[in-house]
Design a protein around this ligand. Structure first.
Ligand SMILES: *Cc1c(COP(=O)(O)O)cnc(C)c1O
Length: 385
């Protein structure tokens, strides 16, 4: 596990432990019996850095890499990833031909998408996964339009322009494994697979599960699972089932150096709006990170941090570039390290603690971390031999 107390020489950094990524991918693999594993690296791998994470995931046995948008999938190919890649979110007129030529599997949920893919083919057929909406009401064909989608895809398959590689859908409530919605979605998915089979469409890959499904709902595994958040060591179930209980290791630690430390008298107001006032003489530390770096402003006056092993709190509003921590009577000085969140193994706050403080989910805390925060990759497996 990465030691967040390691000395720090830069303003701020997000340390990403690639050994934790590999551990989590292997842990997810061990959760599924025969299904293949797709590691989802959309949104710069939930803020962790897409290319290094994809590489670590492949090393740990990920069969597939999942990306939301074309740019992500094409960047993975450009970075030298030659394995199976699935990309599921395109809009009319995007250069899908480039993705087809690069051997990237794409999704289609309407006959016009099939036509676009077929029309963009050059040297090889487009590999497509047909998407059925089983209840999330986001992408995917509704049941009434499913047969028309199947027939359109089948026609193009016969013409050699398309290869139907999969049927897929996405879960709405897998963060609540006991929700009856999960069962209903599995039933709707099975029925879509049956309708397809009755028309002679029987592709090898049926897939439905995200992290919640992979970890808690074996009936959602089918031929392939698509975990995202669990790859990063964060629980899709929040505090109800924390990552340690799932055998996952949070991969990211966000740290900074105090830019200034000062003693103020009782009654001193702090940060824009002076929304916090020191109740007694206090030591304040200036943290050189703010919402411009992706800290949620909603966590003003409530987010926890750790300084010299002590749990302390952000006081006053989180600004664009800075925020203030109440160090109480700690003997801190400028340059000291402050841990905003990490694995929690050494008592530091976690992304879940920040999510609670901001009224959001751990996904958003890590994913919103901005480009201004440098990512540094460590490999604790190498460090410890
Ligand atoms: C984001 C996403 C996933 C991964 O979801 P997690 O909850 O992070 O595991 C899987 N499939 C699709 C289609 C997604 O958009």
């Amino acid at each position: 596990m990465y030691d967040a107390a390691e000395p720090l020489t830069v303003r701020a950094e997000a340390v990403v432990d690639l050994a934790a990524i590999r551990h989590n991918v292997a842990a997810l693999r061990s959760r599924v019996e025969s299904a293949q594993l797709m590691t989802v690296v959309k949104a710069d791998a939930y803020g962790h850095g897409m290319v290094p994470v994809a590489r670590a995931a492949r090393e740990a046995g990920a069969d597939w890499i999942g990306a939301a948008v074309l740019d992500e999938a094409l960047s993975l190919r450009a970075a030298g990833d030659t394995g199976p890649i699935f990309c599921w979110l395109t809009t009319p007129g995007e250069p899908v031909g480039e993705a087809i030529a690069a051997g990237i599997d794409l999704s289609a949920a309407a006959p016009w998408e099939i036509a676009e893919l077929a029309g963009s083919v050059t040297d090889r057929p487009a590999r497509v996964h047909l998407k059925i909406d089983t209840g999330l009401s986001r992408g995917g064909a509704v049941a009434e339009e499913w047969p028309a989608l199947l027939r359109a895809a089948q026609r193009e398959e016969k013409a050699g322009r398309i290869e139907i590689a999969g049927i897929w859908s996405h879960l709405a409530n897998s963060d609540e494994p006991k929700s009856p919605v999960n069962e209903a979605q599995v039933a709707a998915f099975v029925s879509a697979i049956e309708v397809a089979a009755s028309l002679g469409v029987e592709p090898p890959l049926k897939h439905l599960a995200n992290s919640g499904g992979t970890l808690a709902l074996p009936e959602t595994h089918f031929d392939l699972v698509r975990p995202g958040i669990a790859t990063y060591g964060l629980s899709p179930f929040g505090h109800a089932l924390p990552s340690a209980e799932l055998g996952l290791r949070p991969a990211m630690t966000l740290r900074a150096r105090l830019a200034m430390v000062k003693r103020v008298p009782a009654g001193t107001g702090v940060s824009y709006g002076l929304t916090w006032t020191a109740p007694r003489p206090s030591t304040l530390g200036l943290v050189p990170l703010g919402y411009g770096d992706g800290l949620p402003r909603h966590a003003s006056n409530s987010a926890p941090v750790q300084v010299a092993g002590q749990r302390r709190g952000i006081v006053g509003r989180i600004c664009m570039d800075q925020c203030v921590v109440n160090l109480e009577d700690d003997p801190a000085k400028a340059g000291d390290a402050v841990v905003l969140f990490g694995s929690g193994a050494n008592g530091e706050p976690t992304a879940d603690d920040w999510a609670d403080a901001a009224g959001t989910i751990n996904y958003e805390i890590v994913t919103r971390l901005g480009a201004r925060v440098p990512r540094r990759y460590v490999d604790t497996a190498e460090a410890t031999g």
